[in-house]
Design a protein around this ligand. Sequence first.
Ligand code: ATR
Length: 275
Amino acid sequence: MKKWYAVLGDPIAQSMSPVMHDQWCHENELNATYIPIHVEPQQLEQAVQSLRTLGCSGWNVTVPHKQTIIPFLDEVDESASVMNAVNTVYRDPNGKLIGANTDGAGFVKSLQEFTGDSHTNRKVLIVGAGGAARGIAFALQSAGYGPIYFTNRTTSKAAELASQIQNAHVITVEEAEERLDEFGLVVQTTSVGMNFAQAGMPLNPKNVTSGSIVADIIYNPLETEFLRAAKQAGALTMNGVGMFVHQGALAFEKWTGVYPDTKKMIETITMKVGG
Ligand code: ATR
């Protein structure tokens, strides 16, 4: 029987997940499809019950449901409990609905694909202290990267996050700008630079060391003002397309057992976003 997967969000029309997963189903000759479903917050519980009853094999969860879906699932795995957020739901062999979060691990996979190695001996600066920063920090640390430093507009939030992670440090934005040359990897996780509404940079990257990696998790636009400035300063820059593709690939693997072709997909998504 044909399997089906979905993504739940509000709004959902802009999601590129259906194109991505449908292409992977096709490439891997799976008899399956992936559909976007618009679910408003007050419909979420009913939507989960319906997907459960109708036999949906697994789904992704996007804004604004990543946290609120948790009580409607049977269990969450460690990745989701660390982040207190779910982006992927799969069924275990008994049919239980398990919530997982592949965002942080997706970032690490995209980083390793970008660098071509798993060389973890890099001092890391994470810019931001929200959910994305949290997931990426835990995933980098469990992959062996570090030490990890946080900087954030609101320093107290960075301090709170750092207190939950072993050997993590906090510096102010001004200090981070001055000491940027110490870091082999800088990861921008805030929404600054997304679309035109959030213009500007959360931090000036002019002091970055040539050859260091500067990543931004934003993928629309493909190059934020922050990444452009980091590139001008000599950094190797990585946008958020890779993270988006790898978080999807990790979900696809949970559902099908196959880790799909990510390199070709990064090109496809880059072309679509670039228009
Ligand atoms: P997400 O879950 O996507 O990470 P979030 O939890 O709302 O989103 O976190 C947003 C992050 O972006 C925070 O680090 C926030 O900084 P504050 O803690 O100071 O609010 C950061 N951020 C958002 N808008 C910003 C801006 N205009 N300048 C600097 N940082 C900003």
